[in-house]
Design a protein around this ligand. Structure first.
Ligand code: GTP
Ligand code: MG
Length: 201
């Protein structure tokens, strides 16, 4: 399959699952998008796959609360996950989301890449480092995407990027290439499309 053909059709929504046990069986390769609440996971999925409105987005953090599955051309499952680090939801609710996300990430043999999104205005936080460590320990490949590039200057964004490059050696499962994106302005989307396509080629 050529890249152009792969991205020709939109992903198909499979379902929203409150827990890992409810995910229907599939042997497709999988990718997932994680990151702090409001970092732009759902928006990036919609932008990368040319599917406005497919994954539900919101200006208020905590929009995505379940594990959302999308089938791309019967060759790839795309998973939109609830964000972490959201302080406003009730504690037990947050714990439940986090448990689900962690259980999913740790035990998913077909998961080929996690895109770990970081808002480039905020940089990397302790919650991000905790997530990275968990993925390192579970040997889950992850690639960092700095989001909302339209909100800051390129030089500021480069600074955040080199800060993160500086800790690459400490993270066994981290992909060396750090990506930039703006779902709003369409920046960096082709690079992400290329990365995803390489996984299913
Ligand atoms: P949760 O599901 O709550 O964890 O959030 P999320 O990470 O899925 O974020 P979502 O895609 O819902 O976007 C959160 C907010 O950021 C929305 O108001 C989006 O419009 C905005 N946003 C997302 N991507 C970009 C971007 O590239 N640039 C700008 N300026 N805003 C963005
Ligand atoms: Mg979301």
């Amino acid at each position: 399959m050529k890249l152009k053909d792969f991205y020709k059709d939109k992903p198909v929504f499979i379902g929203s699952f409150p827990s890992v046990m409810q995910i229907p069986f599939s042997n497709l390769k999988e990718i997932a998008f994680i990151g702090r609440s409001n970092v732009g996971k759902s928006s990036l999925i919609n932008a990368v796959f040319n599917a406005p409105g497919l994954a539900k987005t919101s200006a208020t953090p905590g929009r995505t609360q379940q594990l959302n599955f999308f089938n791309m051309q019967d060759v790839l499952m795309v998973v939109d996950l609830p964000g972490y680090g959201f302080a406003k939801a009730p504690k037990d609710v947050v714990k439940n989301w986090n448990d689900n996300v962690n259980t999913y990430l740790k035990g998913r043999a077909q998961l080929h890449r996690v895109f770990l999104l970081i808002d480039c205005r905020q940089g990397i936080k302790q919650v991000d480092l905790d997530m990275m460590k968990m993925l390192d320990n579970s040997a889950v490949n992850y690639q960092i995407v700095l989001t909302k590039l339209d909100k800051i200057s390129l030089s500021e964004a480069q600074k955040v990027k080199s800060e993160i490059s500086g800790i690459y050696k400490e993270h066994a499962a981290m992909h060396p290439l750090i990506l930039f994106s703006s779902s709003e302005k369409g920046i960096g989307l082709d690079e992400i499309r290329g990365e995803i396509f390489d996984l299913i080629k």
